[in-house]
Write a protein that binds this ligand. Structure first.
Ligand code: SF4
Length: 191
């Protein structure tokens, strides 16, 4: 197995742990994304590290779509919403991730994790849309996190992954996927 494949497996293990924590938080808090919502994916400023995107780059590669994705980015997609987003409504807010199972860490934690305040206490970083549409539910969750409920620690998961990969440089997600596909391509060339 190549070093890159081993690294991807370790990243996937880290993602499985994140998913377990966010699923437990979603269950306990009864918090969920609005049906079919993909608004967070329409933001061209979503940033990730190249390493975060390696599992997705591998999936894109295996699906035989690497050239298509790179061509789309080179044709002006770099500053657009994420290449993986598949909008299904005229305003683009409804939609889904075309590579959901291999999405990066930032997407796994979005809306379902907390950031520490000055005292190190985790504060929920909830989705802006959920906060505007269901403010009472979001307030209830914030109150419970101040009390008895635990929430995934976003920066701790990021640091753990950065420790694993040594990669801390965030960039727009379409730039990151392009570089990640390049790394997968090079690893395949080296055998
Ligand atoms: S990788 Fe998937 S979940 Fe993340 S921003 Fe892109 S479309 Fe959305």
């Amino acid at each position: 197995m190549s070093k890159l494949s081993e690294q991807i497996l370790r990243i996937e293990d880290a993602y499985a742990e994140v998913d377990r924590e966010t699923a437990a938080f979603a269950r306990e808090s009864d918090l969920g994304c609005p049906d079919g919502c993909g608004a967070c994916c329409t933001d061209p400023n979503v940033e990730a590290t190249v390493s975060e995107l390696l599992p997705m780059a591998e999936t894109v590669w295996r699906a035989g779509r690497a050239e298509e994705v790179i061509a789309w980015i080179e044709d002006g997609g770099e500053g657009s919403a994420c290449f993986a987003y598949q909008a299904s409504s005229p305003d683009g807010r409804q939609g889904k991730c075309g590579f959901y199972e291999s999405r990066p860490l930032v997407c796994r934690l979005f809306g379902f994790s907390g950031n520490p305040d000055k005292r190190g206490t985790l504060r929920p970083a909830l989705c802006w849309l959920m906060q505007s549409e269901t403010p009472d539910d979001c307030q209830r969750v914030k109150d419970r996190v101040r009390g008895e409920m635990t929430i995934p620690d976003g920066p701790a998961h990021a640091m753990k992954l950065f420790g694993e990969t040594g990669d801390t440089l965030r960039m727009p997600i379409n730039q990151a996927i392009r570089k990640a596909i390049d790394r997968v391509y090079l690893a395949r060339l080296e055998g």
